[in-house]
Design a protein around this ligand. Structure first.
Ligand code: HEM
Length: 404
């Protein structure tokens, strides 16, 4: 951190953060020290991890960020409809988005304005003074984008539409759409601001179709986040670079080189029913213990799963026996109250990245009608998107698709 940054943070920190930075936020307060006496407590810098949110993640690179990037705390996810098929306009839009995105992830304004007070500012301004908070922006297109843009001949063979799945109750308002943008950050306002400004720039070419904000219980210790059923979610994910080629990145020489396919499901979770279910049943639903996250018959979260010890209809058994790995990157959502039932309108914005969409299809088909978890969830939204390879400096999002 430079001297300038330090001054900035001193100014920005509230009292609690200030005490933390002074090394007395934890033990100093726990010891019952307050006010000036707290400042006499020993420094605890080494024991306490403090995040200022000033970490940045590059926009440019071989792969898009926000796929294998360790999860951030918040997501703002949007699906957009094209309302022009003019290729030049779309190319310009993707160029503008590239320029904006590269600035947003640095925590900068999308554009610095002159002094003309008679014009609306180019940047909406709500992140002034905020850090980048590991913002990532990930872009993809659906099969309908290719069709509308007359690019059907470039559709990779494996980019097939998702088939209907048993028990799903998809709602039109959470399906379809041509372009996806996923903004993830450790700050909700940073994620929202990014999407807001990208959409604003694209007003003449796209309209919002559906969106979802979400949160994940990401702490400082980088433990597996728990979903709204209280279970650790993401344990089986691969985390090492060497595994990403096998699981995540498309084997492709075309415009999807270094890209990945994103499957999305908006899954409603019936917390009221779940909360009336006894612990044994809850654990049988997954085949893992709730507190430790360990698979049945084992002690620790990351112990190897022995499928023979898991109930036949348990979620983990059914998802694992297919042997088609996915990288899950899901966020919980809470959208107030369901008007029909008077219960929480909550669930999981399930997102998985895989090298071949068929991996998702195989897993979801096996979960199908059998998954014990179906008693507590309904899939109401869906999407499949081809997320481009990364953007090199000087290039723009989707360039290989639109130009080659
Ligand atoms: C509300 C919906 C869902 C909830 C609450 C949920 C929860 C969980 C939990 C708690 C685990 C065990 C820990 C872990 O390895 O992450 C798990 C594993 C898994 N889930 Fe889900 N899940 C949901 C939907 C889905 C969907 C839609 C799919 C894919 C079609 C899926 C695929 C998987 C896979 C592949 C595993 C890992 C299995 C293994 O290899 O051990 N899940 N899920």
């Amino acid at each position: 951190m430079t001297k300038k940054d330090e001054n900035f943070f001193e100014k920005k920190m509230d009292r609690r953060e200030f005490l933390k930075k002074a090394g007395i936020g934890g033990a100093g307060l726990a010891l019952g020290l307050s006010g000036a006496s707290a400042f006499l407590a020993p420094r605890l810098d080494k024991q306490e991890k403090i995040s200022y949110g000033n970490e940045k993640i590059d926009f440019y690179g071989k792969h898009q960020a926000g796929i294998t990037t360790p999860m951030q705390k918040n997501i703002y996810f949007v699906v957009l409809d094209l309302h022009t098929t003019d290729k030049d306009k779309i190319i310009q839009l993707f160029k503008d988005w590239t320029d904006y995105s590269s600035k947003l992830v640095e925590g900068e304004l999308v554009k610095k304005d002159g002094q003309n007070a008679l014009l609306p500012p180019s940047d909406t301004g709500e992140t002034v003074g905020l850090n980048p908070h590991r913002l990532t922006l990930t872009f993809g297109v659906s099969a309908s984008f290719l069709k509308k843009m007359n690019l059907e001949q470039k559709r990779p063979q494996l980019f097939k539409d998702l088939p209907p799945f048993p028990k799903e109750q998809l709602r039109e308002k959470y399906t379809g759409g041509d372009i996806v943008i996923q903004a993830c950050a450790d700050d909700e306002q940073v994620a929202f601001h990014a999407i807001r400004n990208l959409i604003r720039k694209g007003r003449n070419a796209v309209t919002l179709r559906w969106s979802q904000s979400g949160f994940a219980a990401i702490g400082d210790r980088l433990e597996t986040p728990r979903n709204l059923f209280g279970f650790k979610d993401g344990t089986a994910n691969v985390t090492k670079e060497k595994d990403f080629d096998r699981v995540v990145w498309a084997d492709s020489k075309d415009w999807m080189q270094n890209g990945s396919y994103m499957a999305v499901r908006r899954i409603q979770m019936f917390l009221d029913t779940w909360d009336r279910t006894n612990l044994e049943e809850q654990e049988n639903t997954f085949g893992r213990y709730k507190e430790s996250g360990a698979p049945f018959g084992k002690k620790n979260e990351f112990d190897e799963v022995d499928l023979s010890l898991l109930p036949d209809d348990s979620h983990v058994r059914l998802a694992k026996e297919v042997d088609k790995p996915l990288l899950r990157r899901s966020y919980s959502y809470s959208d107030g109250i369901d008007e029909k039932t008077g219960q929480f309108d909550t669930g999981l914005l399930f997102i998985s990245f895989q090298k071949d969409p068929d991996h998702f299809v195989k897993v979801q088909t096996n979960l199908g009608a059998t998954d014990k978890m179906n008693e507590y969830v309904t899939h109401i939204g869906s999407g499949l998107f081809a997320c481009f390879g990364g953007v090199e400096k000087g290039g723009y999002i989707g360039q290989k698709l639109l130009e080659d």
